[in-house]
Design a binder for this molecule. Structure first.
Ligand code: FES
Length: 575
């Protein structure tokens, strides 16, 4: 039966008894010959392919290139499906299922004869879900992202996933775009396989996986349909075999230094606010005590260098051609904002990987002294409206609104917002603060990306393009605006957000990191006494499990019982 030492797959394939027969024999019905069971590394390929997750649909073909690499390196590749949570179709929000997907990854790894895994990531939540699951097993794991789509192009100009959709939708409401033009733009936006090509959550999370050292250098931004994406898959398969032999487990890569590098990279990228929640959750799986305040502290002094939509002008394809993430990490390292000795998946330090990284276009990856935004870090706000914190992305906001006090226009939930926002009689002007409640982790449920709520059409028609908005919701990484998100505790658990009423004064002061509701304590106490929690959206099933166990945004929205690393000791055999 060959060698293999103490590799976990030997607990299945390395036995000469009845159980070993079962494990090998049934696998052989697929045509695998005897020698593949001789103790060579068994590489699981966690595939998020699904036609309902369009951003990851090309993994059906891409994993074949991973397998070629695994075979060449002397491993035995075995592909398995995991729950695939696609952003564009899954209701009520794919975030509701991030933890479910993470559970399927974790249990599929632990319960099966695999020694290491390739994590096929792409669409927003697939990346954190796979990282969380693999981290809780702490096996050798390497990320293979699917890559971004080609740039969109509409009437001869580039358009970005999500970002231009929001603009088009508002243009239709404002009467400056026809419905037929709007529908024509659908095919112009999504032109190829791959995930959103703006610096949305998918681009952000796959870039941060690379910044944390979990994928091969300069891989995150290779367009999905570029031939180098296949070569990257091939090389990822080869490297997966090596990390098993080197026992390069997730915990050796995901150190505190790796997370700090990722937070600073996120600031330089102008990355998605969703990364805050996902990194907190991943850190919780590996026992790194990351907090919301780390985001604010570590992001200070880091400029946004990457000029990508939604904050800037360009798209992921341009970013890749300009040098991609290595060019950004090099700039961070040269200015003292990178832990250079952090280990990466190719066995080298991050600085060894990027010290000589070229930049081919300084319009796309700006020099340090000519940034897109001087302070790119995600801001953490506190005050009596968000005692446990809230976040705001300055690169997506209007500078003139970063210090603003206005009268609240309150929406009790998303249905109330939709029913009210188009009412011409709504008492609202451009100085108002739009406040949306009950869209947090438990309230929605799943914390939908509705925080960048559209402006009242009557203001859009007057040319107003931004207002201060406050909610316990998230926002698409492709979205923009002066939007305060992730208010914690959320309204549905009785956070102060639940107590805001029409006409209350809300103060946003980003330089002072303040979010304050100007209502006196006695009045708030009266309102608190009258408040009753909304019932769970569903009283049974997974939604109920989610409601009962999801943590608040400032803790990463993981389930309380999933935090921590449970390892991957082979479970007892059932035969
Ligand atoms: Fe999949 Fe945007 S919808 S990455």
């Amino acid at each position: 039966m060959g060698e293999g030492g103490t590799r976990r797959s030997r607990a299945w394939f390395g036995r000469l008894d009845k159980n070993g027969f079962i494990h090998r024999s049934w696998m052989k019905n697929q045509g695998f010959p005897d020698h593949l069971f001789d103790g060579r590394p068994v590489i699981g390929i966690a595939n998020t392919y699904s036609e309902l997750t369009p951003c990851n649909a090309h993994f059906r073909e891409l994993v074949e290139w991973v397998k070629r690499g695994v075979y060449e390196a002397g491993g035995f590749p075995v592909e398995f499906p995991v729950f695939s949570n696609g952003e564009s179709n899954l209701r009520p929000t794919s975030m509701l299922y991030r933890n479910l997907a993470a559970m399927t990854v974790e249990e599929a790894i632990r319960g099966n004869p695999v020694d290491g895994v390739v994590l096929c990531t792409g669409c927003d939540k697939t990346t954190p879900a796979l990282l969380m699951g693999a981290a809780s097993c702490d096996v050798p794991a390497i990320v293979l992202s699917g890559g971004p789509m080609l740039s969109g192009n509409y009437h001869g100009r580039p358009i970005g996933s999500g970002t231009d959709l929001f603009k088009f939708a508002e243009a239709v409401k404002a009467g400056t775009m026809t419905l037929s033009e709007f529908l024509e733009a659908e095919s112009c936006m999504s032109r190829s396989a791959g995930h959103c090509m703006t610096m949305g959550t998918a681009s952000t999370m796959n870039a941060l996986a690379e910044a944390m050292g979990l994928s091969l250098p300069h891989s995150a931004m290779i367009p999905a349909v570029d031939s180098r994406r296949r070569a990257n898959a091939y090389l990822t398969g080869m490297r997966a075999v090596a990390i098993v032999k080197e026992d390069l487990r997730v915990s050796k890569i995901l150190t505190r230094a790796a997370f700090e590098n990722a937070i600073r990279a996120c600031a330089a990228l102008g990355g998605s606010t969703n990364a805050v929640i996902h990194l907190l959750a991943i850190a919780g799986r590996v026992g790194v005590s990351l907090t919301l305040d780390d985001w604010d502290r570590l992001g200070r002094g880091v400029p946004t260098l990457v000029d990508l939509m939604p904050s800037g002008r360009f798209l992921a394809e341009d970013f890749f051609y300009a040098g991609g993430l290595p060019a950004v990490l090099r700039r961070l390292g040269e200015h003292g904002f990178l832990h250079k000795d952090a280990l990466t998946i190719n066995g080298r330090t991050i600085w060894e990987n990027v010290a000589d990284a070229p930049c081919w276009n300084e319009e796309v990856v700006r020099p340090w002294d000519r940034p897109l935004l001087a302070e790119g870090g995600i801001v953490v706000l506190r005050g009596n409206l968000a005692p446990h914190g809230a976040v705001l992305k300055p690169s997506a906001a209007s500078p003139r609104l970063l210090r603003h006090t206005g009268r609240a226009v309150v929406f009790e939930n998303i249905e109330h917002y939709r029913a009210r926002i188009e009412d011409p009689a709504l008492d609202v002007d451009e100085s108002s603060v739009l406040v949306l409640k009950n869209c947090g982790p438990k309230g929605y449920p799943g914390m939908a990306e509705v925080g960048n709520m559209g402006l009242p059409p009557k203001l859009l028609r007057r040319g107003i393009t931004d207002m201060v908005r406050v909610s316990d919701a998230r926002m698409s990484g492709t979205a923009y605006g002066t939007v305060v998100l992730h208010v914690a505790p959320e309204a549905a658990v009785g956070g102060p957000l639940a107590l805001v009423r029409d006409g209350d004064l809300v103060e946003l002061d980003v330089p002072a990191r303040k979010l304050q509701l100007h209502v006196d304590e006695e009045e708030l106490a009266r309102r608190r006494t009258a408040w009753t929690p909304p019932p769970p959206a569903m009283d049974s099933g997974y939604w109920r499990l989610f409601h009962d166990h999801v943590l608040q945004a400032n803790e990463g929205c993981d389930f309380d019982f999933l935090r921590g690393c449970r390892g991957a000791a082979p479970p007892r055999d059932s035969h």
